[in-house]
Every structure is written in C-alpha cells, then in structure tokens.
Design a protein around this ligand. Structure first.
Ligand code: SPV
Ligand code: MN
Length: 642
C-alpha cells in the first residue's frame, strides 16, 4: 500500500513537471514515453542547477571524469564502436525517393544521400523503439536553434535517454524554459533519440557508454518534421539539433522558404582601418573550418572574430543583402591537431566548462592529443583514449582521430559582438574548399555566380575522421554530401537559381522585390603539396589570413578590378597584390606555383567531374552545371594561358 502511494506521488510529481510544457509537447512526450517505457521523465529547464545535476549524475555513473588541471572540464570515453557519424545508417525518409536522393546511373552506388521508404521506417521503428528506454530516464530537451528573437530561429524538442547528450546539448544549443517560451503554441521539430540499450543491458557496456551499434539508425522525415535516432550517443548521430535539424531538415525548409542552410563557418574580418567584412566558408570535415573560424591573423593590425564554426543559416534581407545566423551556440570540434601553434584561440577556449570525448589524458588531469607533442614534457605520463598507458613510441594514437571538445561560444576569446544578433550578420563572400594535394590554386575567385556554383559543386577532399568513410579523394559538393535533406541535383539547381530571384524570402519577411546583392564566391586550397617530397606548399593556420585579406580587398571593387588576372578557371591573385610581408622565403618561392593554372590537371579534373555528376545525379543533373563545366573545359582548350 505504502509502495503504491509512493508510486502515485512520483507519478503526480512527474505530471506536474511535464504539465509545465505546452500541450503539443506533452502529447509528444506522452506518446514516446508510452512506446519507449522509460523509468522516469526529466524536463531540462535550462537552469544552472539542472546542468550541474547532469554532470554529477554522469560522474556517478562513470561516464565522465574531471580534468582537474582546468576549471569545470570533463572527459568522456565512448564505446570504441561508437566514435563517429555513421553515414550509411543515416537516411532521409519520404514518400517519393527522388524527392530525397538522385537515382544514380545503373551499376553505380549513390554517394549523395540514403533514402528509406515510410513503410520501411515504420518497420525499423517497431523493431527498435518499443521498451528501448526501460530502466532509464527520458530527458525532455526543449531547444532553440538560432538566437532568441530571430525570425530565422527554430524550436525542437529532443527526447533522449543519454545524460551525455543532455550535457552536450546544453553546451551546443540554447536549451530550457526560454526555448519553450519562444515555442509558445507554435510548431516544433520532434527529435526522438535512444542509445538503444534498455536495462538490464543485453550487451556488455564499455566505458559506461551504452549504445547499440548493430541497430544504429539516424532517420530524418521532413514531411513529418521529425528526426528519429537509435543506437549511437555520438555527436551528429545523437545531438539531433546539430546536423540533423540544422542541415538535413534545415536544407528542406530553406529550399521551400527561399533561404539557405549550409555547412559553413562564419567570421568577421576587420582591417587596420576598422573596416569589417563577414565571410562564410564551406569546407568538408578536417579541412580547417574550425581553425579558420578562430584564426589568429599573422598580419599585424587585423582582427578575426568568430560568428560560427560549423553551420550557417543564410537569407537575403529586404535590401537584397545576404545575412547569416549561426543556429548553434557551442563548438563540437575535432581536438587532435589543435594546439597553440594551429589554433591558440581554441586552446584559450577549452580550459573552462568543456566536455571532451575520446581524448588522451595526462596524469595531472590535463588533455592530450596528437598535435600537442611540442607543448608537453616528453616525460609526461599519458593515458590514451582507450584507457591504456601511452608513450610517444607506442604505435597507436593517443587520442581518437575524431576526439572532440564541446564548449560554449561564450568561452571564446574572439567571439564576434554580433554573433547573436537576431538579424544576423551581412555575408559578402563565400569560400569553398577541401584538401587538394594537386592542381587547385591557393585561392581563385569565380568568374560569376554560376561559375561559383560550379566551384562549390566541385569540392573534393580526403576523407575525414568525423565520418566512417575511408578511401581516396571524396566528392563533397558544397561540403553537404552527408548533410543534405533532399535531392542533390535539385539543391544545385536551387543555388544556380539564387542569382535570378529578386524577392527577399524568409519566414515573415517582406515579399517586395529587391535586387539581390550576391556574395562573391571563391575556392581556396591550403593543402597543396609538393609532388617532389609530399610537403605542404603553404604553411596554413594563421597565414591563411593572407587569403582572407586578398578576398576582403577584392570585395572593394568589381571582379575585374586590378589585383587579379582572369584565367579559364577564375580570377587568380596577381602576385604583387597578394600580401607576402613577413612570409618565409620558401613559401614566397612556392607562391607562383600555387597561383597558376595547371591546364593538364584541370582538363583531367573536368572529365572526372563530368563523370561524377553524370553517374551520381543522372536525370537530376542541372543543365546549367554541365554548361558551366563544358564552358570551363572549352576555355582551358582555347584560351591562352596567362
Ligand atoms: C562534423 O562531422 O562535421 C561535425 C561533427 O560537426 S558531428 O556532430 O559528429 O556531425
Ligand atoms: Mn561539422
């Protein structure tokens, strides 16, 4: 009897907490709770108290350990089977396959997205979710993507049984009561996540990191405004606001409503005269997007400030100016390679209030990973990400190559003062790029908008540790290959079409025609190698600022203004207009090689791109894309080389 009363009391308390939620949210929570059967439900209110509670709980459960060298920093180790985004188990679910993915030419495997039918999704759901949270707590995370008060911002409700995901989402997004206030009676994205390991566990839990790699599935259903994820607690598989809502659903809304949801960082660049420009850049993973967003310029008197390192939501305002907000509020960035040399601002950011995953640790409670060799004593005692004693001559990585730090933007010493402005920041240039050891110049400006879309569509790179993809150079158009929520051919057409459209379109925006002032489009390559010895021709990191400087100076005049030479592949910097003050002699000697057109390379590249677009996009290849590619090939054949 006493037990029954106690149970009733707990139920009443739970209902009271849940009843603070809007009715639609309560319905969603009720429905999912009755399927997943968690032991309890916990609503994340956004308070400091709630965040402290989650970390205490994780510590008690052995999910995190404190890194005592710093202030409120924590380290988690995942199950080694759950360390990255699982692209082949990431799907878009829709009633019509071609709406979601292009159908490749017979005999070719599609590489631009995976599709699942509604029916198969229903089966997959029934096979995974009933009872999946037994013995665990279901957390209700109301979150806002984008600054509060921005007409661009979106609300989601994530349900999850992973305290680690609660803690990470608290850092990455705007979470809690304020998100509920912003929601009011409006629509929200339903985000259901489970690690897929009900208690008692059916499998051996490793590192106190429950997961279910055999049954992992990350599904997006744009028609239902819904995301469903099972089996993984890792980053983009499990923080459903991030790539799932921010890009995959975001790109569908963007197409329907006339804006852009892109895999881009955003920075403000100020010159010594105080003139400021904002630039966005789309690079695939591990190409230095985060480093560029926090760059410490080597040129004196200049300043770079960070608006975003990962995702940009962009639109044209009523004056025709492109504007951008960062829908996220935290970094979830690759740790290895981050050091005082490569990214001093990141190191300053991650010594407080940071959650690390799969890093190595020093015995005095510090972080360690590949790239920090010169910043730590050779005698330091290090434990690797797998919990083993580690030495420099161990033949293993100390940290996992996709080890991450998760920290709020508020900790960044170079946060842009406008980063949370509801009206966003004005974008005047967009950079594309990847890791290209051969042929691709350090920087090139597109001949015009359509040629710029070709540059974006042609992004290729070496595979990143953030995905499970391995192998040679990968095509990653607009760096959106793993992140687009609809047919890639239609997406490229949409980009081409932005040039024509004159109406500013955004949710709640004016529909009066205004001529769009299109941002200028560039391709950059900081990873060119010397074929003779495989060494990089360009020093990278802080020196990449020289490229931003050239881009900013280009924005002061039309594309054919002095400072660049027109070539068949776009406008290349004239050497004397490229800032080389303070650059080392070897790099100065390498520059001409990095700023010329390698005709043979580009002719070969044209063939390879044609093959890729034709086989992958097939019926959905935009005619304009083929026109641009053919025109470039013709120019390479017939135009004199400068
Ligand atoms: C990326 O892979 O681009 C990320 C990390 O930002 S994840 O959240 O895992 O997608
Ligand atoms: Mn990313």
């Amino acid at each position: 009897m006493l037990l029954l009363l106690l149970l009733l009391l707990i139920l009443l308390l739970l209902m009271l907490r849940i009843s603070k939620l809007p009715e639609k949210v309560v319905d969603y929570v009720d429905k999912c709770a009755s399927i997943c059967q968690p032991e309890t439900v916990h609503v994340c209110d956004g308070s400091q108290k709630d965040q402290v509670h989650i970390f205490k709980l994780m510590r008690r459960q052995g999910v995190v350990r404190p890194l005592i060298k710093y202030d409120n920093c924590w380290a988690a180790r995942s199950d080694p089977q759950d360390v990255a985004r699982i692209e082949h188990k990431t799907v878009t679910v829709s009633t019509n396959k071609r709406m979601s993915v292009p159908i490749p030419v017979d005999g070719h495997k599609g590489s631009l997205g995976n599709w699942m039918s509604m029916k198969d999704m229903e089966i997959a759901f029934k096979n995974r979710f009933p009872g999946c949270m037994r013995g665990r707590t279901m957390y209700v995370i109301p979150f806002c993507m984008g600054p509060y008060g921005s007409p661009m911002s979106r609300i989601g409700i994530q349900l999850t049984d992973s305290p680690y995901i609660v803690a990470s989402t608290y850092i990455m997004l705007r979470v809690g009561s304020q998100a509920l206030e912003a929601l009011g009676n409006g629509e929200f994205t339903k985000c259901l996540h489970s690690v897929g390991d009900p208690l008692p566990s059916h499998r051996k839990t490793v590192n106190n990191w429950p997961c279910n790699p055999e049954k992992t599935l990350v599904a997006h259903i744009p028609e239902n405004n819904e995301i469903i994820s099972f089996g993984s607690a890792y980053g983009g598989n499990a923080m459903l606001g991030k790539k799932c809502l921010g890009l995959r659903l975001g790109s569908v809304w963007a197409r329907d409503e006339g804006w852009l949801a892109e895999n881009m960082m955003i920075v403000g660049v100020t010159n010594p005269e105080g003139q400021k420009r904002y630039i966005a850049a789309a690079f695939p993973g591990s190409c230095g997007k985060t480093n560029l967003s926090m760059l410490q310029p080597t040129l004196p008197g200049y300043k770079v400030e960070c608006v975003g390192d990962d995702i940009a939501w962009m639109w044209f305002d009523d004056e025709g100016q492109m504007r951008a907000i960062n829908p996220q509020a935290g970094f979830f960035a690759v740790a290895p390679g981050t050091s005082n040399k490569t990214n001093p601002n990141a190191i300053k950011t991650i010594i407080r209030n940071t959650l690390f995953t799969n890093i190595a640790e020093t015995i005095d409670g510090g972080f360690y990973w590949e790239g920090l060799e010169d910043e730590i004593s050779p005698e330091a005692i290090i434990t690797s990400w797998t919990g083993e004693k580690w030495h420099r001559n161990s033949n293993k990585l100390a940290a996992h190559s996709n080890a991450r730090y998760c920290v709020s933007y508020k900790e960044s010493p170079i946060l842009d003062p406008n980063w949370e402005k509801p009206e966003g920041v004005p974008i005047d240039a967009i950079l594309f790029g990847g890791r290209r050891p051969d042929g691709v110049p350090l920087v090139v400006e597109s001949l015009d908008w359509k040629h710029g879309v070709l540059l974006g569509a042609s992004i290729k790179t070496e595979p990143t540790p953030a995905s499970e993809m391995k192998g040679p150079m990968l095509h990653d158009p607009f760096s959106m290959r793993p992140f687009l929520g609809y047919n890639f051919g239609n997406y490229l057409d949409y980009w081409f079409g932005l040039e024509k459209s004159t109406t500013s379109a955004r949710p709640g925006g004016s529909k009066t025609p205004a001529l769009r002032r299109l941002p200028r489009l560039f391709n950059v390559n900081f990873f060119r190698k010397d074929p003779a010895d495989g060494s990089y021709l360009w020093p990278g990191y802080g020196e990449n600022f020289r490229v931003l400087d050239w881009v900013c100076r280009r924005l002061e005049g039309p594309p054919d203004a002095p400072g660049a030479k027109k070539t068949s592949i776009g406008y290349l910097p004239e050497l004397e207009h490229f800032e080389t003050r303070g650059l080392d002699d070897k790099t100065i000697a390498n520059l001409p090689r990095m700023l010329t057109v390698d005709r043979d390379f580009w002719l070969q590249e044209a063939k390879e791109l044609q093959y890729f677009f034709h086989t992958q996009l097939n019926y959905d290849v935009p005619s304009e894309l083929i026109r641009q590619l053919t025109a470039q090939e013709q120019r390479l054949y017939y135009e004199p080389m400068p």
